[in-house]
Design a protein around this ligand. Structure first.
Ligand code: MG
Length: 247
């Protein structure tokens, strides 16, 4: 294919594209016919997994998850959800992921105990280290970049669209993994877009590094694919309908 600049187009009226002569006024000049997108089937609703999704939790099978030390998950699987077993530790997927689209539904306890960061705290950690905060942020004051929907200690959400405690909420996450050079320095930062309960709350934000509770986040080289992790922050937060698509 010949690469043609607009200035050149000013002087010619007939060019060759894909071996075919085309007039510069021909609308076919800017049509792409190959390749074509792969065909997949959508879910019944936007919350249901499309045909190419990997199901990480379907309501009754918790076998995709293990504790960080590799031991069988002791989080509770009952009533269609996966619930934090407080003080048992974080759990992570057996499979690893890089660029992805993730759907996950979560519910903080209906009975409110404690306040601030102690109320319905958990977290969705992309690549085991980039935390999208889960918290009961319904009439619950805390630091803005630590409330539900924040990239923890980095970016506050654009709005607070939280439902009351005890109600199910959705996160749809679009994640671009960071890339590293061979010398371990950062080539490109991670990026995240998040839709909570149908509303955009993170718009392609650039992450500053791995979640850091104290101090400034920084990047450390890791594998191109890493497990997805759910946080045990000692509160019985529940999850359901977890599916992911590799991008
Ligand atoms: Mg958390």
């Amino acid at each position: 294919m010949k690469i043609i600049t607009l200035s050149i187009l000013n002087f010619i009226t007939c060019i060759s594209v894909f071996g075919q002569a085309m007039h510069v006024g021909d609308p076919k000049l800017t049509e792409i016919w190959s390749p074509v997108p792969k065909i997949i089937s959508p879910g019944k609703t936007v919350s249901d997994p499309p045909s190419d999704a990997i199901i990480l939790f379907n309501g009754f099978d918790g076998s995709e998850w293990v504790h960080k030390d590799g031991k069988t998950s002791t989080w509770k699987v009952a009533d269609g959800c996966l619930t934090v077993n407080p003080f048992s530790g974080d759990i992570q997927t057996k499979q690893s992921f890089g660029d992805c689209q993730l759907h996950i539904e979560w519910r903080t306890p209906e009975v409110v105990v404690s306040e601030g960061q102690g109320r319905g705290n958990s977290g969705v950690f992309l690549m085991s280290r980039y935390e999208l905060q889960v918290l009961d942020s319904y009439n619950n004051s805390t630091y803005s970049n630590g409330q539900a929907g924040s990239i923890y200690k980095q970016h506050m959400p654009l709005v607070n669209v939280c439902r009351p405690p005890g109600e199910w909420q959705t996160y749809d996450i679009f994640f671009t993994a960071p890339q590293f050079y061979a010398d371990s320095s950062l080539k490109s930062a991670a990026r995240m877009t998040v839709v909570q309960n149908g509303v955009l709350i993170q718009n392609n934000v650039e992450l500053w590094g791995a979640m850091q509770f104290i101090g400034v986040p920084k990047y450390e080289k890791h594998a191109a694919k890493e497990p997805l992790l759910l946080q045990d922050h000692h509160n019985p937060v529940s999850f359901r309908n977890i599916w992911i698509r590799n991008l």
